[in-house]
Ligand binder design. Sequence first.
Ligand code: MG
Length: 313
Amino acid sequence: MRIGRAAGLTDPGRRRLRNEDAFICEPPLFAVADGMGGARAGEIAAGLAATALGEAGSEAQGEEGVVALITEANRRIWERSLADPQTAGMGTTVTAALVDADTGAVGIGHVGDSRAYLLRGGRLEQLTTDHSLVAELVQSGVLTPEEAERHPQRSAITRALGTEPSVEVDAFTVQAEPGDLFLLCSDGLPTMVGEDEMHEAIERAGRDPARAADALVAAANEHGGEDNVTVVLFELLAAVDGAEAVSTPLPAPAAEAVDPERNGDPDGSSATEESSASLRRHGAGPGGRIAALALIAGVLVLGLLALYLATTQ
Ligand code: MG
């Protein structure tokens, strides 16, 4: 398995002056954080969470790795809030996915009401259960899911990162299949856009992460954009057979490959256009790959010829 295209996009929405969401789109790590707190505290909390996760490097692995990253982020936000009275009480949600491309295991951890969805086959499935008042009321049968969507307290979360010295992280592993598309989002998306419409927007975008991110953010704003909205999408594809790709002059599978390098911005300022532009910038493109392969083949032939001549003389 390999990580294919990925994109992240954040938008303040239509009602909020500031954007207190943050995201990470740095394969193999993807995350969304939605900050809360007075003044600029929410922004600081979400930013600290994104920074803590982003600094983890490649050591973290699997579900336990995600939990360790989120626990460390919690510690940093909590300590900052103790040291800086202006940020007292700040917190953030976090939903993070860590992909092990070799095994296809996607470790997902979350705290709060930012969500993870999986589009597999023709079905969009919510993977996470919100740590929110309305989610608990739905679970206990007090509210129907439809009532929860319109509930005035639908943004009240029951668990957050950084508000206590320790945090309970919900974590699980999804065994990915080729063609899977994962979506992480802040509550600004599902509170504005129903699941069917989200699914339709992704399909209309041809399941292209950058175009789908644009479409989802636009849909949230068309429905009122009452909150900051952030989305991160990434796809998992079948691994390319390395030996076959090198020995075949026509790099058919590789031509589809898009540079899985970072194409998001942890400070949340990047737009999807920048993301796709950066994808184009980073990749040599199919033409470049063919030229590179031809060059390598030429050098090899010349080398072998020289070796042959040297040994036969
Ligand atoms: Mg929000």
